[in-house]
Write a protein that binds this ligand. Structure first.
Ligand SMILES: Nc1ncnc2c1ncn2[C@@H]1O[C@H](COP(=O)(O)OP(=O)(O)OP(=O)(O)O)[C@@H](O)[C@H]1O
Ligand code: SF4
Ligand SMILES: [Mg+2]
Length: 415
């Protein structure tokens, strides 16, 4: 079961929604394996219930009405009865088919699908003009969440409301109309730019498609965006390979902003850059946010960068938020043991300050088969019996500081 998220009642609907983004119980599962499994011998279980009812194994839960399998259990049958080598091709086929039949009659089979639960039921909102920082270990589902929100992935379950519109099930044509308003800046400025297009074309491609400005104003418009992002006018006709990593990331930012978005997912936009360039890009993003009234979701595994740019911070672990709150709450009074461990790993530039590093034991568990109860219990030094059985609720402990941990009361707190 995913971490149940109890959030304070939504604010009353007004003509102008307060939040640019509202995400409710969002799930994104990836199908990674399909296979036939022997459930039991038929002779021993003649009156057994249908196979589907037994599909309760961890990590195999289908997210949404899986289609009937078309394949036959050929591989399973192979091991059971090997057809004779002397038979011709037709004979071999007949023998294989009859072996399959025999096998099917003898055993009860089940067609199992295994899913990676990359995002497993997250609920949150982002007010206009705010930056929500998202932190967590590699593979915890940060990018998948960012992409699902923008509908770059099909969503498995849940709801995404963007600027007052429910985009969860929007058709591609409708989605295309609001695409310019929600953009993404990717992690790797080297692979995310097409090498054969000059910079002006790269930034302007979508501007033309979405007819953001009349043709006559196109060049001036692009040059203006380039200047805002710290790029010189004459870069317009140059190619990506002629630029440094920092300059390329500026081009990526200019490409996203050229469409006049309201909301930008920044997916590790500075991770591939060296520290001094990181600061330039983060400061540029902040300036642009102020000038262009942007709202950001800023994904990073670098807590110092997140601290610098975010208003609120969400900490993710294995597809769920374990803690969320204002920047001050998360950095000055963290509640969740996982947040404490992450913060203890941040280097402090003071040789006299002794940092007590919390070393997490073991690897992050597989999101295809997450642990029962609290997903963090396999690595938590505070783990209690209840943690192994019951998933803690994501509860607001005051001033929008939410945490999912049995160390704190599990009843919703009266504000
Ligand atoms: N297209 C895909 N098919 C199958 N599994 C996927 C796919 N994309 C992501 N995953 C899995 O989903 C989980 C979450 O991946 P995701 O890329 O969202 O993590 P992340 O938090 O962004 O990690 P990183 O910090 O390394 O970028 C991982 O276990 C990953 O292997
Ligand atoms: S619920 Fe238990 S295992 Fe999970 S973080 Fe809290 S104390 Fe640790
Ligand atoms: Mg990622």
């Amino acid at each position: 079961m995913s971490v149940e998220q109890e959030i304070a009642p939504a604010a009353e609907q007004t003509a102008e929604p307060r939040n640019i983004l509202e995400v409710k119980d969002l799930k994104k599962y990836f199908l990674i394996r399909k296979e036939w499994k022997v459930v039991k011998e038929r002779v021993a279980a003649e009156n057994a219930e249908p196979a589907e009812a037994e599909n309760a194994e961890e990590g195999t839960e289908p997210p949404a009405e899986p289609a009937e399998p078309a394949e036959t259990p050929a591989e399973a049958a192979e091991g059971e009865t090997a057809p004779s080598a002397e038979e011709g091709e037709e004979g071999t086929q007949d023998a294989a088919e009859s072996a399959q039949k025999q096998f099917k009659n003898k055993y009860k089979l089940e067609y199992r699908k295994t899913y990676v639960k990359a995002v497993d039921g997250v609920t949150f909102s982002i007010p206009y003009g705010e930056t929500l920082g998202i932190v967590g270990e590699s593979g915890c589902g940060k990018s998948t969440m960012g992409r699902s929100i923008l509908r770059l992935h099909d969503i498995t379950a849940g709801q995404v409301i963007f600027d007052g519109q429910d985009i969860t099930k929007m058709k591609p044509a409708e989605l295309r109309k609001i695409r310019p308003q929600m953009q993404i800046v990717f992690q790797d400025p080297y692979s995310s730019l097409p090498p054969r297009l000059p910079v002006g074309e790269i930034i302007g491609e979508a501007v033309k498609v979405h007819k953001i400005v009349p043709k006559s104003e196109y060049r001036d418009y692009i040059v203006d965006i380039m200047r805002k992002c710290g790029l010189q006018d004459f870069y317009f006709d140059r190619y990506p390979h002629e630029f440094s990593g920092g300059q390329r990331q500026r081009i990526c930012i200019a490409r996203a902003l050229a469409l006049g978005p309201k909301f930008v997912v920044c997916d590790e936009p500075v991770s591939a850059l060296d520290v001094s360039i990181q600061a330039q890009i983060v400061n540029l993003l902040k300036e642009l946010q102020r000038d262009m009234h942007l709202t950001y979701m800023f994904i990073s595994h670098d807590l110092s960068v997140v601290k610098h740019i975010s208003d609120r911070v969400g900490v993710m672990y294995l597809g769920n938020f374990v803690e969320m709150g204002s920047k001050n709450a998360i950095f000055n009074s963290p509640m969740h043991p996982y947040t404490l461990a992450l913060l203890s790993a941040v280097p402090v530039p003071d040789p006299h300050y002794e940092v007590k590093r919390i070393i997490l034991e073991g690897d992050i568990p597989s999101p295809a088969n997450p642990p029962k109860g609290c997903k963090f219990h396999t690595r938590c030094s505070y783990c209690m019996d209840v943690c192994k059985e019951v998933a803690p609720k994501f509860i607001d402990y005051g001033n929008g500081h939410l945490c999912a941990c049995h160390l704190y009361p599990q009843e919703p707190q009266v504000q």
